[in-house]
Design a protein around this ligand. Structure first.
Ligand code: NAP
Length: 371
């Protein structure tokens, strides 16, 4: 049992209960033994996965080669997305591995996402069918709505680029997209549904109205950005949190950096615990995730990094180390989503419902938009 102090503040309460919940429904984290966490419906999911977003640094061939190495090294969970532009090559990598090892499709947990230009119900269905086809997997273990806004932008757009037809979150529209994905679960083509880049306000509405509940929520999570209240809400609803940018996305493009960003792998507490364990600070970011109870999906194409990331999931942190890492929290959101703003909104905070309300057409302080 992990014991943390109970100072009475919301963060301490949330984290304390989280670790109790982790004790209750997680198997002992282990990547090498293939141990899994249990999703609400009973399916197993690996304790760590591999990201596949090469951004503008790595092309599809390089990402696919990384996926092949990751699968051969022992990764079983892949975080894919139609917008990453590499699902056909990632699919080839999957086929190569399945064709040359004793692994079967059932050993893998493959996830994909529908992009913002595919929120119309028919487009959402088409997008998932294309992903299944491109990845060559027959079915997807999970499909996420990548962002809760149907706001599209050109690839590699500058952060001040705006889609003229962009809109705020409109719950009724989101639920129409969700219903289209539910129909794919009914058809046996998708096993679980997930939300991504949502907030407490949005997720609360979604769980209230969904026929098929989200089983997973993909959210930015690294030691300097822990989102304890949203994390707690997920556990309360039996939703498994998936942590993206788990290393603090140290190689993200310049356009995604701001002066106030904090580097997780350079944080003195992370560096000090890493030194104690004789590992790179990146490994401590991943160990923190696994020990806390969310599933990190680090991106790596370098063999040594891939293997180190898998080993990191084996590191058992002490309660004292976990408590120290809880103090590393800096509210350092790195993926701010500026390109998804709509014309009436003021700045990226409008995307994240920071006061618990969902900003409308005129941005913060205007009534929630209705469909
Ligand atoms: N749902 C969403 O909206 C969303 C948003 C963002 C990301 N994601 C998912 O999350 C995945 C991961 O996020 P991310 O790529 O932003 O960030 P990340 O995993 O935090 O950082 C990846 C970078 O960290 C470095 N790295 C990896 N392993 C390392 C190790 N063992 N030691 C030292 N450095 C290491 C690599 O840099 P170098 O290559 O420079 O060595 C790599 O490019 C993505 O691939 C994607 O699948 C989802």
């Amino acid at each position: 049992m992990i014991r943390l102090d109970c100072r009475g503040d919301a963060t301490a309460r949330a984290e304390t209960t989280v670790t109790h919940a982790l004790d209750a429904h997680a198997e002992r984290p282990s990547a090498q033994t293939g141990a899994r966490r249990r999703l609400a419906g009973g399916a197993g999911i690996p304790v760590i996965g591999a990201g596949t977003f090469g951004s503008d640094r790595y092309d599809a061939e390089t990402v696919a080669a990384g996926v092949e190495h990751a699968l051969r090294a022992g990764f079983r969970l892949l975080d894919c997305a139609s917008v990453y532009g590499n699902e056909p090559l990632v699919g080839e990598a999957i086929r190569d591995v399945l064709g040359s090892t004793e692994l079967t499709r059932a050993d893998l947990f493959v996830m994909s996402k529908i992009w913002n230009d595919a929120h119309e119900p028919a487009d959402a269905v088409d997008s998932v069918l294309t992903s299944i086809d491109d990845l060559g997997v027959g079915y997807l273990d999970a499909v996420f709505v990548h962002w809760p806004f149907p706001n599209h932008h050109a690839p590699l757009a500058a952060t001040d680029a705006r889609d003229a037809s962009a809109r705020p979150y409109i719950h009724a529209e989101f639920m129409r997209t969700w219903a289209a994905l539910e129909s794919l679960v009914d058809r046996g083509l998708v096993r679980h549904l997930g939300t991504s880049n949502v907030t407490i306000a949005k997720l609360s509405r979604i769980v209230r109205d969904a026929r098929i509940q989200p089983a997973l929520n993909e959210m930015e999570l690294h030691p300097c950005f822990q989102q304890p209240e949203l994390f707690r809400l997920c556990l309360d609803h039996n939703i498994q949190p998936i942590g993206y940018s788990p290393l603090g996305s140290p190689s993200r493009p310049v356009r995604d950096r701001t002066d106030t960003d904090v580097s997780d792998v350079d944080h003195p507490v992370v560096v000090s615990i890493a030194a104690d364990h004789g590992v790179h600070p990146a490994a401590i970011c991943l160990a923190w995730a696994v020990n806390r109870g969310h599933i990190p999906i680090p991106f790596a194409v370098k063999s040594a990094q891939i293997e180190a990331n898998l080993r990191a999931a084996e590191i058992r942190l002490t309660p004292h180390e976990l408590e120290e890492l809880r103090g590393v929290e800096r509210n350092s959101r790195l993926i701010k989503g500026q390109v998804f703003l709509w014309p009436g909104s003021a700045d990226w905070l409008d995307l994240w419902d920071v006061d618990g309300t969902i900003p409308g057409w005129g941005g913060y302080g205007t009534p929630e938009a209705e469909g």
